[in-house]
Design a protein around this ligand. Structure first.
Ligand code: PLP
Length: 362
């Protein structure tokens, strides 16, 4: 039917059953005679969708509704770079950032527009192939919060264990690994993610926020930037990305049908092992960017011996039905993004292509 394996970093592949359901319901949403796209966001049907999406995100993350809220916002993770400090960095306060890649650096830069920021650690010296160890983190005296990026989409590294930062609230950009592995989400005061990698289509931004943290949010320059206002209005302060939210709900239901995060985590490990296995078995033909102990299970980054070979790799993979493998322009090389919706078969197919390509050109 012409579908290929889509290794794009985001927007990225969506589960086929979700797309099929969207197609099936597109013209007539469950007997209402209209599409979800044409439905009022104030309708009981739509409000129920938002409520179910919130409940499923909480269920998947193992968080209690009494302790956390889930918000569905717009503006991408990039607007969260600003909203976090605007809401939680008080005048005269300091927030700590750990710089582990391009998006972490952007989050830092945006926060610097708002207030005083301290860099607790950076892996820039290793060209972001590493993640700082706990003993390398140097926090300020009493940070308003500590910000990390759990998975570095461009460099292909991932925090293996969450850092300990004392009493400071831990805030994380989890755009590229949310819901992909078992984690103690209650360690976070706030998590945000653009939906377009692991949760749905582009246009929705998901925020998980601890209720006690939410209460401490300060006044913001505009209502649209206020977590409190979005929370008080159940993410319906203004017109949300209704269609995106509907698809996100279908993805949350799909995760449940698959057996939840535990089942997906096992699959994700297996998928990543296939590709790292192909790198390690290539006798140096493929060189992974990430240090072994911090390899990402979501974005597998590697180089070939020459640029021309990398171009050939991308081209031949495309001809074999695998697209989106070109690395980010700032790092080059190859990047295979293998989020939740990438089937095991896609990784098998890529791993076997890698082996064959290495034999032919190595
Ligand atoms: C993709 C990505 C972003 C950017 O998200 P937008 O929704 O485009 O603003 C930020 N952080 C990380 C870790 C990402 O992977």
């Amino acid at each position: 039917m012409g579908r290929v394996y889509n290794f794009n970093p985001g927007p990225s592949t969506l589960p086929l059953p979700v797309l099929e359901k969207v197609q099936q319901e597109l013209l007539d949403y469950r007997g209402q005679g209209i599409s979800v796209m044409e439905m009022s966001h104030r309708s009981p049907q739509f409000e129920a969708m938002v409520a179910e999406a919130e409940a499923l995100v909480l269920e998947h993350t193992g968080l209690a509704a009494g302790d956390y809220r889930v918000l569905f916002l717009q503006g991408g993770a990039s607007l969260q770079f600003s909203m976090v400090p605007l809401n939680f960095l008080p005048p005269g306060g300091v927030a700590d950032y750990v710089i582990t890649g391009s998006f972490a650096a952007k989050a830092y830069q945006e926060a610097c527009r708002v207030g005083k920021i301290h860099i607790a650690a950076s892996s820039g010296e290793s060209n972001f192939s590493t993640i700082p160890r706990q003993e390398e983190l140097q926090f300020s005296a009493s940070p308003a919060y500590v910000h990390i990026t759990t998975n570095n989409t461009i460099y292909g590294t991932q925090w293996q264990e969450l850092p300990h930062c004392g009493a400071a609230p831990l805030v994380a950009d989890m755009s590229s690994d949310i819901l992909s592995r078992e984690l103690d989400y209650s360690r976070f005061a706030l998590v945000y993610a653009g939906a377009q990698k692991n949760m749905g289509p582009a246009g929705v931004t998901v925020v998980l926020i601890r209720r006690s943290m939410l209460e401490t949010a300060q006044e913001t320059p505009s209502a649209m930037l206020s977590y409190k206002i979005h929370a008080a209005n159940n993410s319906l302060y203004n017109t949300p990305c209704t269609f995106g939210l509907y698809v996100l709900l279908l993805v949350m239901q799909w995760i449940k049908e698959k057996g939840g995060i535990g089942a997906l985590a096992a699959l994700n490990r297996e998928k990543a092992e296939l590709l790292y296995g192909a790198i390690d078995a290539s006798g140096g033909f493929y060189r992974g960017h990430a240090a072994r102990e911090v390899r990402s299970q979501m974005n597998v980054t590697f180089r070939l011996p020459a640029k021309e070979l990398e171009q050939k790799f991308v081209l031949e993979a495309e001809q074999a039905g695998m697209i989106g493998l070109k690395g980010h322009r700032s790092v080059g090389g190859i990047r295979a993004s293998i989020y939740n919706a990438m089937p095991l078969e896609g990784c098998r197919s890529l791993a076997s292509f890698m082996g064959e390509f290495a034999r032919r050109y190595g």
